[in-house]
Design a binder for this molecule. Sequence first.
Ligand code: GLU
Length: 460
Amino acid sequence: MKSRFAPSPTGYLHIGGARTALFAWVWAKKNTGKFVLRIEDTDRERSTQASVDAILDGMSWLGLAHDEGPFYQTDRFDRYKEIIQQLLNKDKAYYCECSKERLQILRDELTEKGEKAKYDGCCRDKKLSSGVVRFKNPLEGLVTFKDAVKGSISIGNKELDDLIIARSDGTPTYNLTVVVDDHDMKIDCVIRGDDHINNTPRQINLYQALNWSLPEFAHLPMILGSDGARLSKRHGAVSVMTYRDEGFLPEALLNYLVRLGWSYGDQEVFSLDEIVELFELKNINKAPASFNQEKLLWLNQEYIKVANIEHLIDQLAWHLKHQSVDVSGGPKFEMVVEHLQERSKTLVEMTDGIKMFYQDFEQFDDKLAQKQFKDAQSIELLLTKLTALDEWLADNIKDQIKQVCDELNIGFGKIGQPFRLALSGNGNAGNIDIVAQLVGRKRTLARLQMALDYISKSSD
Ligand code: GLU
């Protein structure tokens, strides 16, 4: 069994493409088959190397490794030429010299009559020897196929016109190359977006003209944005790598993508192994799926909570580098990550949380400081007690906070909140005794002193 992902390198790897790739990958794994990556770069004007790289990076970040490829269609032009010639020789294709103007007039006339704009076969029997090459689509009969998602689909050949398979410069077009490649690469199952469903009957006619056996087809429903329109940039990020940049774990995105159009009861969280085990083409929904950022964020948090620390550290590496956060010369990084794991929705949030353990800050959030740095006495007492502390451990720090509360007869919040702000600079910190232990004695005492300085400065 072989499936494939066949993106055109004309932009980044977007959410819809990644979902197609995932379904094709899962289907190959489930059938202990092979997953092929094919770059459909025949449109030389729109294809770029940057886009090829973006697709490869996206696939690699998602962990969707290909077993064969990447193949590039531009490396296969000789093969396409050979097939186009075969079709010409067998009288299954012909040259057409109709001018753009003639085709435009034809289109306008048909549209005016309320008919479908299609080529009228003017050059079909002219036996020309130059121009574009058109496939001789059968004139009669029905093309019927059973789509694994949409069910049985039938279309009359009368609806289809003689499609162009080679441009006048000899370069092949999509419908020809895709058929040749899927045949040559022995693809058994073509999984792709349903924007291609209208191409399928034309492609089936080409398979038949070439006497090639057909693959199975599975057309995936569209992904819509929250407003019901097709998912696009205006709904937020659609590039897969933007999700990496925004702090999503690849496995959370994959889990989210698989649920866009596929379900298994009401289960939401699936490991990749589970997806491979449970996935069936027949369970793909026929109706379009809606993209929901909040659900993705929720899933991401769930994945962060249970992630293995080593894995989180690996995934954080890019973010630390990107934000120039150096985690040497501070507490053990594993402990910081473990502490933040429970409270971070994204790796970006986690990276922000990491900073206070390794970097000093110049000033406090002023609004919070004005509110919380009022009582110098309690902060001073805490500073004195912590300075005298023997062993810098969370439990001992907690005891000292309690003692401050008892001695001054104040509630925990009265010292806890200012202490949290002193430690973090912005009030974003978890369990303060643990945070203080991790921040370390030197930095904690310096930050408490900084809070006292703030109070004395504001009372001047
Ligand atoms: N290259 C086509 C695209 O990016 C996909 C073709 C196919 O999967 O058949 O839309």
